[in-house]
Design a protein around this ligand. Structure first.
Ligand SMILES: [Zn+2]
Length: 310
């Protein structure tokens, strides 16, 4: 750092780089793991400045560097430069990916949290890493897994069972895979239960209620592929896993005949017959926009044979 820049930072009582690094990690966390690169007019640049309550002088200070060879003066906003230096350092520590790397994955020039950066942000917030399973933050590694899951060619014949699954002991890899599965499934279904359409978040708008259900369950070595998943609310997830309903190969509901024997005061929410009004024979579920991501008949057949109660 030039002494000129250093003394300017000091004179204006700008935050330290370490403070800006912390703030960047929190900001990335709040923005689901990615923020735009720092160009002028980018909202995030002002938002982070707001976090430090920077005054106009601090925000507008310009660093002038003279390039003697080319005989020109380059003016850089001091605040941008400080942000960039902090982000650059986070990238060196592998806590974020640089916009030049992220753009290759997402087509967006953004700084993005890595798994390591996600952990660091959780620690700053006093949250445990178990929270990773439900939080909306997507790390670079999870983002890459989602891309793989949603862009792999759909096979004609599909075996939803992964018999090698239990032997795989790499915890970190399986953790990224299962989070990639969850994000890919709930995004494909627009965060709705594919049976009743329920779409709701926690009051802080952070966590979606909907769950990514395995058609062939995890415990039966079901694969973490979008073709082996559907998005369900907690109630319909339970009803699906216990065999109250299944799906035909063309994604229409198949409902257990035991429903007929069920007393009329069962499955009701106050006066509304929730159970019978959401589960009925031949009703088409709400499907993803992209047919490539529809549940695979290979998985559905297995569910009808092994889980469904006729
Ligand atoms: Zn539902």
């Amino acid at each position: 750092m030039t002494s000129y820049e250093g003394s300017m930072l000091e004179q204006l009582a700008m935050p330290t780089r370490a403070e800006v690094e912390k703030s960047l990690l929190m900001t990335l966390f709040k923005n689901n793991g990615a923020i735009r690169e720092f160009a002028s007019g980018v909202k995030i640049v002002d938002e982070i400045a707001d976090g430090f309550s920077l005054n106009q002088e601090q925000r507008n200070a310009v660093l002038e560097r003279i390039y003697k060879k080319e005989n020109r003066i380059v003016k850089t906003p001091l605040w941008h430069r400080l942000l960039y230096r902090a982000a650059d350092n986070l990238a060196k520590e592998k806590l974020v990916t640089r916009p030049t790397i992220t753009v290759q994955l997402t087509n967006k020039k953004e700084w993005m949290l890595t798994e390591k950066g996600f952990d660091a942000a959780l620690q700053l917030l006093g949250l445990t890493s178990e929270q990773k399973a439900v939080l909306p933050v997507k790390s670079f590694e999870v983002q890459r897994e989602i891309k793989r899951l949603t862009e792999t060619e759909r096979p004609e014949n599909y075996d939803p069972l992964d018999l090698q699954k239990k032997k795989k002991t790499h915890v970190k890899a399986s953790n990224i895979r299962s989070r990639g599965f969850r994000h890919a499934v709930i995004e494909s279904y627009d965060y709705r239960c594919c049976v009743c359409g329920l779409k709701i978040q926690t009051p802080d708008f952070m966590i979606w209620e909907v769950e990514a259900a395995h058609i062939v369950p995890h415990g039966s070595n079901g694969r973490d592929d979008v073709w082996n998943g559907i998005a369900l609310c907690k109630f319909h997830h339970w009803a699906f896993d216990t065999g109250w309903f299944s799906l035909s190969n063309d994604c229409k509901m198949v409902v257990s005949s035991r429903l007929q024997e069920l007393p009329m005061d069962f499955g009701r929410v106050e006066n509304y017959d929730f159970f019978r009004n959401t589960l009925y024979q031949d009703k088409l579920i709400l499907l993803p926009k992209n047919p490539v991501l529809y549940p695979h008949p290979g998985s559905l057949k297995w569910h009808r044979q092994h889980i469904f109660h006729t």
